[in-house]
Ligand binder design. Structure first.
Ligand code: NAD
Length: 257
């Protein structure tokens, strides 16, 4: 399948799932725009390397997804947006009573509201070209809750709701909007939680991964960034033309329970 001639913007894509999605889209022939809130030489080097390896145009554009104006400016700066992957996200784990209100606001802004702004900015171009794909990277936490992740669970549930609404508003127009709901994927976001869990539970790394982290994931295996990227590429294919306003779980069975 080739996505040659299509331009994909992936928010929060200088590491983890976003970078993996960019890799798979570039492998499928799409030009890609990488993004995060930093503007370091290594961010631009990531894009240059990706473009060179896959023979596609690849750029890095700095924009802070916690700010609505920068979300919209990212879409404008890219020029064209055929494929929009809303992936930027952060986490904070704390009981509601002590959860810092500014963390709540930041998580809601980055993990949910940013997608409202990027979708709003991208839809007119998609409608004009009669083709578009919006893929929101939600989470199993867009469908199920866990304690101490109030803002994340609220934002991801909200992102799933936005996905359904955007899917309905674009139905029949050559545009689809879906959410991928990954279970645990071993990325820097998850890797950073392992040492703390080892201390709290007095367990070694492998036991923490198997017994604590993957406790709710029946496959007891992490999903990979390649699998999430492959799911995005499939959503961009003609086979998925009638797949819209829905969620696709890549979670080893988590949400069947
Ligand atoms: P990650 O920390 O590797 O990636 C997060 C990305 O978001 C990074 O590129 C970071 O620079 C970017 N980002 C953070 N704040 C930003 C901001 N203000 N503006 C722009 N970019 C910003 O983590 P990840 O695991 O790859 O997470 C990517 C997405 O996948 C998130 O939305 C996360 O909630 C979701 N997710 C992850 C898992 C998992 O197990 N790793 C599971 C389900 C869903």
């Amino acid at each position: 399948m080739t996505l040659a001639g299509k331009t994909a913007i992936i928010t929060g894509s200088n590491s983890g799932i976003g970078l993996g999605v960019a890799e798979e889209l570039a492998r499928a022939g799409a030009d890609v725009v990488l993004n995060s809130f930093t503007d370091r030489a290594e961010d631009h080097a990531l894009a240059a390397d990706l473009g060179k390896r896959h023979g596609v145009k690849a750029r890095y554009i700095k924009a802070d997804m916690s700010r609505g104006d920068e979300c919209r400016a990212l879409i404008a700066a890219a020029g064209t947006c055929d494929i929009l992957v809303n992936n930027a996200g952060i986490q904070h784990v704390e009981p509601i009573e002590t959860f810092p209100p500014e963390k709540w606001d930041q998580i809601i802004a980055i993990n949910m509201t940013s997608a409202f702004h990027t979708i709003a900015a991208a839809l007119p171009g998609m409608r004009a070209r009669k083709w578009g794909r919006v893929v929101n990277i939600a989470s199993a936490h867009g469908l199920r809750a866990s304690p101490f992740k109030s803002a994340y669970v609220a934002a991801k549930h909200g992102l799933v709701g936005l996905t359904k609404t955007a899917g309905l508003e674009t139905a029949g127009q050559g545009i689809t909007c879906n959410a991928i709901c990954p279970g645990y994927v071993l990325t820097p976001l998850v890797e950073a939680q392992i040492p703390d869990q080892m201390k709290v539970h007095n367990m070694d790394r492998e036991t923490v991964i198997r017994e604590v982290m993957l406790d709710r994931q029946p496959s007891r295996q992490f999903a990979t960034v390649e699998q999430i990227g492959g799911t995005v590429v499939w959503l961009c294919s003609a086979s998925a033309d009638q797949v819209t306003a829905t969620t696709i779980s890549v979670d080893g069975g988590w949400t069947a329970q």
